[in-house]
Ligand binder design. Structure first.
Ligand SMILES: [Mn+2]
Length: 249
C-alpha cells in the first residue's frame, strides 16, 4: 500500500555552508533528518530561499559540499514528492542544476498558488521594502547578466572568497533587526497589507527575516515567517485545514 501523501511543508533560511559557523555539518544532518521525517506524508515541500549561505553555479561546475542534503532532495524528488526551491538573496545564482540533476522546481520570484483550496503567496521575503534603495541597487547588479558572467570568469579561489565575505557582511547588516519584532513597521507585513488591497490571499509565507512569526493581518488573512534554522528548525505544515508552525528537534 502506498503511503498517503497529504501534507505540504514549508521551511527557509537553512544558510547551509555558513563560513562563520562550525555547526554546518550538524545543521545539514538535522535538515536531512527533517526531510526524511516529513517524507512519510509530504506531497510537496517548499524551501523558501537562503537554503545555502552562498550558491554560485558555473556552467559545468557547482560548489562542493552539501552532499547529504542534495542526495536527500534527489531521493525524495525521485520518490514522487514535488520539491520547490525559491531563490533567496544569498542563493539567487541558480542555473539548471537543481532542475536537471535533482528534479526540483525552481522559483526566482514570489508566487501566488492555490494549495488545497486556499490562496498562498510564497517567496523569500527580500526586496519588499520600496524604500530600500541600497537593496534595489545591489539586486540590480546581482541580477545583471554581464556582472554574473564577469564574476563567473574569475578564478573560483577569488570568486568564492569574495562571495563569502559579501555573505558575511550582508548577514551582519541585517542581524540587528533579525530578532526584533517590527510589527506594523515590518516591510513584509506592510507588503502583505498592500497586496490584499487588490487581491485575495489567505496565507503569506516568507522567510528572510530570521524571526518566526504568525500574524493575523485581516479577517482570514495570515502572514507567517519561517525564521532561521540553527540548532533546531521551524517549519510550517499545511493539511488543507490548518497552517501550523512547528519546531523540529
Ligand atoms: Mn535572506
Amino acid at each position: 500500500m502506498e503511503l498517503s501523501r497529504k501534507k505540504i511543508y514549508f521551511a527557509s533560511d537553512f544558510h547551509l555552508g555558513n563560513s562563520t559557523r562550525k555547526n554546518n555539518l550538524r545543521k545539514e544532518k538535522l535538515v536531512v533528518r527533517w526531510l526524511n521525517a516529513i517524507s512519510k506524508d509530504a506531497e510537496e515541500i517548499y524551501l523558501l530561499g537562503d537554503v545555502f549561505d552562498f550558491w554560485f553555479e558555473y556552467k559545468n561546475v557547482v560548489p562542493k559540499g552539501f552532499v547529504r542534503f542534495l542526495g536527500t532532495l534527489a531521493h525524495l524528488a525521485d520518490s514522487g514528492i514535488r520539491i520547490h526551491l525559491f531563490c533567496g538573496n544569498h542563493d539567487l545564482w541558480i542555473r539548471d542544476y537543481f532542475q536537471e540533476e535533482l528534479g526540483i522546481i525552481v522559483h526566482k520570484q514570489n508566487e501566488i498558488l492555490t494549495l488545497k483550496g486556499k490562496t498562498f503567496m510564497l517567496g523569500h521575503g527580500d526586496g519588499l521594502d520600496p524604500k530600500d534603495k541600497k537593496y534595489k541597487f545591489i539586486n540590480t547588479i546581482f541580477k545583471n547578466k554581464f556582472c554574473i558572467s564577469a564574476f563567473a570568469s574569475l578564478h573560483p579561489r577569488w570568486a568564492i572568497a569574495i562571495a563569502q565575505k559579501w555573505s558575511k557582511s550582508s548577514r551582519a547588516s541585517h542581524s540587528e533587526t533579525d530578532k526584533i519584532d517590527l510589527e506594523e513597521k515590518e516591510p513584509i507585513y506592510k507588503f502583505c497589507l498592500k497586496t490584499i488591497e487588490t487581491q485575495k490571499i489567505d496565507y503569506f509565507v516568507f522567510g528572510h527575516r530570521h524571526l518566526v512569526c504568525s500574524k493575523k493581518i485581516k479577517d482570514k488573512t495570515y502572514y507567517m515567517n519561517l525564521g532561521y534554522w540553527n540548532i533546531y528548525g521551524h517549519y510550517a505544515v499545511w493539511d488543507g485545514r490548518k497552517l501550523i508552525i512547528k519546531k523540529f528537534d
